[in-house]
Design a protein around this ligand. Sequence first.
Ligand SMILES: [Fe+2]
Length: 332
Amino acid sequence: MSGNEPIRDVAHLGAVELFTPKPDESLWYFRDLLGMEVVHQSGGSVYLRGYGDYAKAPLKLTEAAKPGVGAISWRTISEQALERRVAAVEAAGLGGSWGNGDYGRGRTYRFTDPEGHAMELYYEEERYVAPPALRSALKNQPMKFSGRGVGVRRIDHLALLARDVPKNREFGQNVLGMQLREQIRFNNGETEIGSWLSTTAVHHEVAWVLDVKGGTGRLHHFSLWVDNREDVLRAADILRENGIFIEAGPSKHNNSQAFYLYSYEPGGNRIEVYSGSFLIFAPDFEPVVWNEQDRGTGVYWGAPLPSSFLQYATPDLPDPPAEPDVPVFDPR
Ligand SMILES: [Fe+2]
């Protein structure tokens, strides 16, 4: 916020880069099982899209020694908004540098969040035009629904781990102009375990959640949207039939009301197939705060989340001696 005036410079989460040590297998997971479309390949990277994504390539898979998250790219509403946000990032001391932009995008400013996750701001976006074989009969749909695999519609959000949640949450609010949606606060509100934020009506586009292993710049999960809950159930069948490890779900969370399914793609990253949830339109939305009691297990109904959900993130770290007061939470 700037005074009481919301900042509306960031339009939405534009693209996410995932690192994978098993690029061929990860590509199989996203293309053949989740049903995404490959639009470009360059060097050690493959660019993919869901059938409903308007952007050319909102997911970039990059070969790397370890899994994890690469650049998290935010599109601004205009060139002027881009300049304003870059100035804000630099004023916050997190400045980086300008580059020519990734595939399908114009000039891009690269920086980090306080935790050290790589982020980008850009405005110019080349509109996706489907080749004839992928052209939809629906004039308002960017690409034909292929019916392949899960058939995810679009990217939705990601959850990042952080050693200092409030610092990153404040960065999201004050520098990028995000709206705070929900929080988990334990110890009479003193310990901020996780915060969920968005720049759009989508419930959340990013979460910063406490890294219980004290790692650096790690990814908890990346999430893709399907239109209804039956699609999530069908995704569980498709993933299981193909030997993919399902860690949790299908079940429903209490915060965000999400209907979720978490699996590990072959490179090791936790991927969520996601539906349900709710949209938020109120400009003066009051963030919802959950404490130990009303948070419970983080599951509204369904099986409790396994301990791996708390412990595992990418890149993975060996189990440390757990701090005795590490709270149980759900990075959803
Ligand atoms: Fe999620």
